[in-house]
Design a protein around this ligand. Structure first.
Ligand code: IYR
Length: 222
């Protein structure tokens, strides 16, 4: 491999003890993350949202195309518009589009078509997936693995929000086409997730559920 265009990797080895300490403390931190639908209206400085977006944007991506746009909405009128549109779609989903097999797994989570979080949370961050990019010729070209790339970026954004002491929710109003219209994004951008960000409400509740054990989620072949 030619070294032109490459720089040395900035990396230093940690002891196994340090790695174990870091691994355990990150696990404890991430295991304390919960998704709540109950947000306070307390303001969050824009700087914190910028920092979380920058963290999400460190995600690896297909051909390093970074095929994401994070739209962070604080404007109350726009948030209300987004909520109204989401409630119309979700009203249809919850009342007749949702099959029984889906309903039965959602029931313990207590979700419904009322989207208070979309106007209570001070920020609504919408992650758009870019399906195309501009080539050096000026024409559109495809992006690669944009779903995987944006999924990773969303995970890192969620991590950043939790790490700074705030809460978020991965909300998926469906279908999501209205977000492109309201937020005036180009046709090649597809909304993937709406993430309200803020402080939890004082009386915020979460479902009493647990996570799968290591044995249930992993197979080791040594
Ligand atoms: N999109 C709806 C329904 C919903 C679907 C799943 I899968 C969830 O884990 C939670 C909700 C909503 O956001 O309410």
């Amino acid at each position: 491999m030619s070294s032109e265009g490459f720089i040395p990797l900035d990396w230093s080895e940690l002891s196994i003890q340090e790695m174990e300490r870091n691994a355990f403390s990150l696990y404890k931190k991430m295991d304390s993350r919960r998704t709540t639908r109950h947000f306070s209206t307390k303001d969050v400085p824009r700087k914190l949202i910028e920092q979380a977006i920058l963290t999400g944007s460190t995600a690896p991506s297909g051909a390093h195309l970074q095929p994401w746009t994070f739209v962070a909405v604080k404007n109350d009128e726009i948030k209300q518009k987004m909520r109204d549109a989401a409630e119309i779609e979700e009203g249809k989903t919850y009342s007749n589009r949702m099959p029984v097999a889906w309903r039965e797994v959602l029931e313990p989570l207590g979700t419904d078509a009322i989207k208070d979080h979309m106007t209570d949370a001070p920020w609504l961050v919408v992650l758009f997936r870019q399906t195309k990019r501009i080539r050096s010729s000026g024409e559109f070209g495809p992006t690669y693995y944009s779903t995987e790339s944006c999924g990773i970026a969303a995970g890192m954004f969620i991590h950043a929000i939790h790490n700074m002491g705030l809460v978020t929710l991965t909300h998926t109003p469906s279908p999501m086409g209205f977000l492109r219209d309201i937020l005036q994004r180009p046709e090649h951008e597809h909304a993937m997730l709406v993430m309200p960000v803020g402080y939890p409400a004082e009386d915020a509740m979460v479902p009493d559920i647990s996570r799968k054990s290591l044995d249930e989620v992993a197979v080791f072949i040594e």
